[in-house]
Design a protein around this ligand. Sequence first.
Ligand code: ADP
Length: 234
Amino acid sequence: MAFVNCENITLSYEGRDVISGLTFHLEKGEYLCIVGENGSGKSTLIKGILGFVKPTEGKIFFEGIAQNEIGYLPQQTERQRDFPASVREIVISGCLNSMGWRPFYSPREKNLAARNMERLGILELSQQPYNELSGGQQQRVLLARALCAAESLLVLDEPVTGLDPLVTRDLYDLIRKLNSEGMTIIMVSHDVAGALKYADRILHLHHEGYFFGTRREYEQSPFCRMLRLGGEER
Ligand code: ADP
């Protein structure tokens, strides 16, 4: 058994299959980038991995972690950018999944939040209102929040959308650093060039099938040319 296992899964909404017959396995410490045209099912697959959408066929399972120990960085909406809470409050809320019914944060959780803010270089921002930060700082806050939940798997949905190139590179570097420290990464991205630079496995979803393999195999596959020619690169 691998660390992340998707065995012949079908994911559907109201009887309409968005993904069917998808199989892939990921080992601990690997970095997977999921690419594909709009509407190809990338976000749906992420929801499947997180357990929000149940496969109608096949199964998704993990070796050694529970689904609520997956760190998740969702796509940001405009409304979330305006969220009126302090950086610390947002980061520590990443611990909520593991707290059950307990209504207060334990010292362990407070330490975990502080450690993750330090890890991402935002400790000095901890009392600042989240909605006054730049886009790049906000992503760091959400990443620190995801790390509070993440034992060893981090799932990111389009983390660099709307960020300028310099901030994008910073965030990619940060994600790569987490990966080099042992964190397994699953990232949805529109940025094929970035995916090819950082990921060691690529999953390309397409309405007529999919590609899963190493970066080098992907570079030589028709799937790679298809996405580049289709102008999906941003
Ligand atoms: P991507 O992330 O690759 O752009 P999505 O996973 O968001 O693709 O969507 C895949 C398909 O599933 C699209 O046709 C979309 O309209 C449909 N879809 C997504 N979410 C829902 C939903 N909650 N209910 C019904 N259909 C949905």
